[in-house]
Design a protein around this ligand. Structure first.
Ligand code: SAM
Length: 269
């Protein structure tokens, strides 16, 4: 297929990517035919998927807004994705323009597009790295330049840990990031689960995703809650996306339909 100017020669335009499929589901423009086809195949099994992704973005907005309102000024956004409407820096800066944000993604288009929209802004940056290598990210010169680990940091892992298989030990990865932070730091996670209303259908969609894109590990609510071990969960705990501190007047509807859990926790003093 034809290569758009924003896709460098290192991008395989014939292979779907999780970041670009997510962008396609959200109605973004940084995706190719191959991503839209993969997205359509997955949606055939799970028509509510675009709705779930919008609910995930809405949770991201509420969580970052809440954290910034609680005085957090530093954000490490792991698996940040292709920028779309309502990015972490925009939400955080609305609350406090002094916030600093480091975006991390393994996808080259997510990182190059993030860098483009951050051009000229010195309090946010984007680095290309694999979140399964925490020490590399924590020691990265851009992370060190922007984040002061003697002060609280919010570690954000929105809709990304289901790309990390059990064999890579996601709990140990999360712990490694939190071990680098001081008390008062926070962890926010959203994570797909099979505990929705129709687990068989979700399993079919997962298998389709595995066949066409990459590995995907749904986890139970108990497994997702265990990712917060040792931290103090902020009210209301680990709940379905729309149930996490909805805005006044929000329609929660059938929250279980999102089959995705969300939670935010704080490291105790
Ligand atoms: C579904 S998107 C979520 C984007 C954003 N966090 C959100 O919730 O809107 C998942 C992102 O995680 C990235 N990703 C997957 N595995 C990763 C890894 N091991 N290291 C870094 N990024 C990863 C993908 O490239 C993709 O951009």
């Amino acid at each position: 297929m034809e290569r758009p100017t924003w896709a460098g020669p290192e991008i395989d335009v014939d292979k779907p990517s999780a970041a670009r499929i997510y962008d396609a589901h959200l109605g973004g423009f940084h995706n190719f035919q191959v991503d839209r086809e993969a997205a359509a195949k997955i949606v055939a099994f799970m028509p509510e998927l675009p709705e779930i992704m919008r609910a995930n973005r809405s949770f991201l907005r509420r969580a970052v807004h809440h954290l910034a309102g609680e005085g957090i000024t530093q954000f490490l956004d792991l698996g940040s994705g292709i920028p779309t409407v309502g990015n972490v820096h925009e939400i955080a800066w609305k609350a406090n323009p002094d916030c600093r944000i480091v975006y991390v993604d393994s996808d080259p288009i997510a990182v190059s597009h993030s860098r483009t929209i951050l051009t000229g802004l010195d309090r946010a940056t984007a680095i290309r790295a694999d979140l399964r290598r925490p020490q590399e990210i924590l020691a990265h010169e851009e992370t060190q330049r922007l984040l002061d680990f003697s002060q609280p940091v919010a570690v954000l892992m929105f809709a990304v840990l289901h790309f990390v298989p059990d064999s890579d030990d996601p709990r140990a990865i999360v712990r490694e990031y939190l071990d680098a932070t001081v008390p008062g730091s926070c962890l926010a996670i959203s994570h797909a689960s099979l505990e929705g209303p129709e687990p068989e259908r979700a399993e079919d969609a997962t298998n389709q995703f595995r066949r066409s894109v990459t590995d995907f590990s749904m986890r139970t609510r108990a497994e997702i809650t265990a990712l917060f071990d040792g931290l103090e969960l902020i009210d209301p705990g680990v709940v379905y996306l729309p149930q996490w501190r909805p805005d006044p007047g929000d329609e929660i509807g059938d929250a279980q339909r999102t089959s995705t859990f969300a939670g935010v926790a704080r490291k105790r003093g």
